[in-house]
Design a protein around this ligand. Structure first.
Ligand code: PEP
Ligand code: MN
Length: 325
């Protein structure tokens, strides 16, 4: 891919792991959960406690909201960041929060563990340079009109400032389809794994905008090899000040987390079963493996395998291992 130096996949297809207070993005399946907007201390802290209990390992929440209308709720700003700090103290969950202005990067960075660059700012090059200089881990959302190549070049802007801590997040793109809020492009999971060493997350909340689609898209993202999810959760979605139609309630989030864990366990079991079956039949099959001309096995069980030799060199393979290598 053109002009990529630092974001491009490495020759050995090894992938970056970004450690945020012990949470290893790119090394374990990570769920970032929390409200669209920080609205009050009670709403944020209660959501954080519930999200942690359900298994989330990072907290999201917007204090600066880039809204379509200038009259819509714009976020609580500094007050919101202080609430997030309180939620972190209560739960220990590291904070992911958006920064929208170059002038705010350094002081927002004092509250955030991960700075989020929203879809609307993906190609705000001065903001990218500024967050690059901050050295903070950056969650870079895909712009809603951007190609993979443009997205990775935006990651390159951050990396070129000497900041190696970039996480990519697919959140849906604009297409002719209007049924969903955006068209969630899950094909970006294997595409990013092929072209880059950076962790790839999926945001099924903004990606669909439809409550009932968040669970199936989350499970599909896990199976397709995503490194994690960013999901909107609210203690009382019907009263949310932004994105009320797409925020999961706590019981809905708990159910999703159970399904994700069971799916992950299933994929692990499937990988080891297929691996041992392949080992068992290796001599009879020599020279005649199913797969494409490049030698990449296309069988579904191979997708998540981290233990067979072949999947180690398959750039698109996900990871379902229990712990970080
Ligand atoms: C968000 O995650 O709060 C958000 C506004 O997302 P996006 O930039 O993807 O629209
Ligand atoms: Mn939102």
């Amino acid at each position: 891919m053109k002009n990529l130096k630092l974001a491009a996949a490495r020759p050995d297809f090894s992938r970056s792991i970004i450690d945020v207070s012990g949470v290893k993005l790119g090394g374990e399946f990570v769920v970032i959960a929390g409200p669209c907007s920080v609205e009050s201390e009670e709403q944020t802290v209660k959501t954080a406690i519930a999200a942690k209990k359900a298994g989330a390992t990072m907290l999201r929440g917007g204090a600066f909201k880039p809204r379509t209308s200038p009259y819509a709720f714009q976020g609580l700003g500094l007050k919101g960041l202080k609430i997030l700090d309180k939620a972190r103290k209560e739960t220990g969950l590291p904070i992911v929060t958006e920064v929208v202005d170059t002038r705010d990067v350094s002081w927002v960075g004092e509250y955030a563990d991960v700075l989020q660059i929203g879809a609307r700012n993906m190609q705000n090059f001065s903001l990218l340079r500024e967050v690059g200089k901050s050295g903070k881990p950056i969650l870079l959302k895909r712009g809603m009109y951007s190609t993979l190549e443009e997205w990775l070049n935006c990651a390159e802007y951050i990396l070129a400032e000497g900041n190696p801590n970039v996480i990519l997040c697919e959140r849906g793109i604009r297409t002719f389809e209007t049924y969903t809020r955006n068209t969630l492009d899950l094909s970006m999971i294997p595409a990013v794994r092929r072209e880059s060493h950076l962790p790839i997350f999926i945001d099924p909340s903004h990606g669909t905008g439809i409550l009932s689609m968040i669970e199936p898209m989350s499970l599909a993202a896990l199976v397709a090899g995503a490194d994690g999810l960013e999901i909107e959760v609210h203690i009382d979605p019907s009263c949310a000040l932004s994105d009320k139609d797409q925020q999961l309630s706590v019981p809905q989030f708990e159910r999703l987390m159970k399904k994700l864990e069971a799916t992950r366990a299933f994929m692990l079991e499937l990988d080891s079963r297929i691996d041992s079956e392949e080992k068992g039949s290796a001599h009879g099959n020599a020279g005649c493996q199913p797969g494409d001309a490049a030698g990449n096995n296309t069988a579904i069980g191979q997708q998540g395998s981290a233990s067979s030799d072949q999947s180690r060199i398959n750039p698109e393979a996900g990871h379902f291992k229990d712990s970080v290598d």
